[in-house]
Design a binder for this molecule. Structure first.
Ligand code: UDP
Ligand code: MN
Length: 305
């Protein structure tokens, strides 16, 4: 790789949201499973380094600093830990994402503190320009493969793609787009794979910061008037933050997204099966092929290997 010619180490950046972890035993055990499995399966070259970014508050940072050496002791590669203060990031984010918050946040108001749920959407404006790529990961994951292999997926991005992501594996967006689907019965919006557009899940996201910065289309879609236009067109009202925004713009501009194989974010939540969508649930939930990363979303137990 080009960075090595100057004798510099090549960095692989991953970022995790890590707030209020110190006050939750369940979040702590998810953190343990994620970091131990990432360390166990990780393989990197000698001149490479994995940079672990955590967006945290003071208490959670202290907890991470205390726990990480033990959780990562199986790592046979170089790593570095960087903490980002959640308040500092929120301050930078709020002006960029304020206008979209009301469409994609729980509750009626646009709370200042909700801005952080849109970090991925504006990551290219938050991180230094030297950083060209970053992978954002949930904490409720279990790695069954080398995290370095995930970065190889950036090579398969078509030129217009800015984000690599796995589809949502529940009919949640079939529900969200209910009115649009009724008005447009031939539309594939909210339909199951392989032919439909089921939306995205934000548990594993490859952000090509370089193309996010350069894409005129993507940056136009961040503007309040474009967000308003699309939310009206699709009658979109959600509460899942960045994942809702990406799902909505993906209906209009699928070329912005590179689809990762479902095994890179094998979601396990079955909530919508028991809430009115049992008849179509399996069409969405099915994921053949090897599981690289399990996602125990909605507090679902992850199977032992
Ligand atoms: N998270 C956090 N503190 C919390 C709850 C969540 O930092 O108290 C972060 C964590 O990285 C987590 C992500 O937010 O993985 C998304 O939440 P979660 O995975 O619980 O949502 P789900 O995948 O079940 O929708
Ligand atoms: Mn999750």
């Amino acid at each position: 790789h080009h960075e090595n010619q100057a004798g510099r180490r090549q960095s692989y950046h991953v970022l995790m949201m890590f707030t209020k972890i110190n006050t939750s035993r369940t979040m702590q055990s998810k953190f343990e499973v994620a970091m131990r499995s990432m360390a166990r399966h990780g393989r990197f070259r000698e001149d490479e380094i994995l940079v672990l970014h955590y967006v945290s508050d003071g208490g959670s940072k202290e907890l991470a600093m205390r726990m990480l050496p033990e959780l990562l002791h199986e790592a046979n590669f170089q790593y570095e830990v960087v903490f980002h203060d959640v308040n500092g990031l929120t301050e930078k984010l709020f002006p960029i994402v304020m206008a979209m918050q009301k469409h994609f946040s729980a509750g009626s108001g646009a709370y200042y503190s909700d801005a952080i749920f849109f970090l991925s959407v504006a990551m290219h404006r938050i991180m230094p320009t030297e950083m060209k790529r970053i992978v954002q990961l949930d904490l409720d994951l279990k790695y069954r493969t080398n995290i370095r292999d995930l970065f190889q997926q950036f090579k398969h991005f078509p030129p217009e793609a800015v984000i690599g992501i796995v589809r949502e594996m529940q009919p949640v967006y079939r529900h969200t787009f209910w009115q649009y689907r009724k008005e447009n019965p031939k539309s594939r919006v909210g339909d199951p794979p392989p032919d439909g557009l089921p939306g995205f899940n934000s548990g594993v996201m490859l952000l090509n910061l370089d193309t996010m910065r350069r894409s005129e289309l993507y940056n136009r879609l961040l503007e309040p008037e474009h967000v308003a236009h699309l939310t009206e067109k699709y009658h979109f009202r959600g509460h899942l933050g960045d994942q809702d925004f990406f799902t909505m713009i993906g209906m209009e501009h699928p070329e912005l997204f590179h689809h990762l194989d479902c095994g890179w974010n094998r979601q396990l939540c079955t909530w919508w099966r028991d809430h009115g969508y049992g008849d179509v649930f399996q069409l969405y939930f099915l994921c053949n092929g090897p599981v690289h990363i399990y996602h125990g979303n909605c507090n679902t137990q992850i199977p032992d290997d």
